[in-house]
Design a protein around this ligand. Structure first.
Ligand code: ADP
Ligand code: MG
Length: 252
């Protein structure tokens, strides 16, 4: 079953093309890594999928719902408010810089959206939040504020916050690139655990050995296009495209 299906997605800023016709699908339980040089459009792709950016052209389907499509006259048609809301809940996003609410403690960071968006009671939301904090190894930290936590701990809170809404797919935008190298491992371990549990995920990352390790499929993007796509052992060991080869050489 397709969780996400993207067809000919185009997006530009100020007339400059950033995504120039992206098409791919993501199956339930699949882990897809997206690699590529800085500026190739990886974050923009995730932001279009999670409705943080409007698209210029193309079709995005999520869990069988058409979130947005483009008619034969080239007019972009977004779904109804209700459908967009449902689709938004299906796609969680974990940001590079955590984006926690600085004035709320850890527990409230995780309960807030559950109460407002899922209409859970405070008690229900706290049960979910506490279970996720245990899973993230942060059960001691529920009263702490983000500024009292390490980057790795903050990122684990933001993963818990995303999981609390029970998404069908979780997108990560370079989840370790704001972290000191010694804190990177703890986040990669959490993502690995989620992969073992068959969480459907899209992971934008510069951690090549990690991408090779966890992914079912890898996409290499350059200049707003998918240049190459394949199983990790193919794409990393035998890249077919010369641009993929040149990019991967930098990580050897
Ligand atoms: P990546 O995540 O692969 O580094 P991005 O998707 O962040 O790439 O950016 C792709 C291009 O789009 C870059 O040239 C960037 O400057 C441009 N861009 C991204 N967001 C905006 C924005 N809000 N306004 C203008 N240009 C943007
Ligand atoms: Mg980016």
């Amino acid at each position: 079953m397709n969780i996400i299906s993207v067809t000919d997605l185009k997006k530009g800023f100020d007339g400059l093309g950033v995504l120039k016709g992206i098409s791919f699908t993501l199956q339930k339980g699949e882990v897809l890594s997206v690699i590529g040089p800085s500026g190739s459009g990886k974050s923009t792709l995730l932001r279009c999928l999670t409705q943080l950016e409007p698209i210029d052209q193309g079709t995005i389907e999520v869990c069988g719902d058409t979130m947005v499509t483009t008619d034969s006259n080239g007019i972009v048609q977004y779904a109804s408010k209700n459908t967009l809301h449902t689709v938004r809940l299906h796609c969680g996003l974990v940001f590079q810089n955590f984006n926690l609410f600085p004035h709320m403690n850890v527990l409230r960071n995780i309960t807030e959206a559950q109460m407002h968006v899922l209409k859970k009671t405070k008690a229900e939301a706290e049960v979910t939040a506490r279970a996720l904090l245990v899973k993230m190894g942060l059960e001691e930290k529920e009263k702490a504020y983000p500024c009292q936590l390490s980057g790795g701990q903050q990122q684990r809170v933001s993963i818990a916050r995303a999981l609390a809404l029970n998404p069908e797919v979780l997108c990560f935008d370079e989840p370790t690139s704001a972290l000191d190298p010694e804190l990177t491992g703890e986040i990669l371990k959490v993502i690995k655990t989620l992969a073992k549990e068959k969480m459907t995920m899209i992971v934008v990352t510069h951690e090549m050995s990690f991408a090779r390790d966890i992914s079912d499929r890898v996409i290499f993007m350059d200049d707003g296009l998918i240049v190459e796509e394949g199983r990790p052992e193919e794409l990393f060991n035998r890249p077919k495209n010369e641009r993929t080869q040149r990019f991967l050489q930098r990580y050897e």
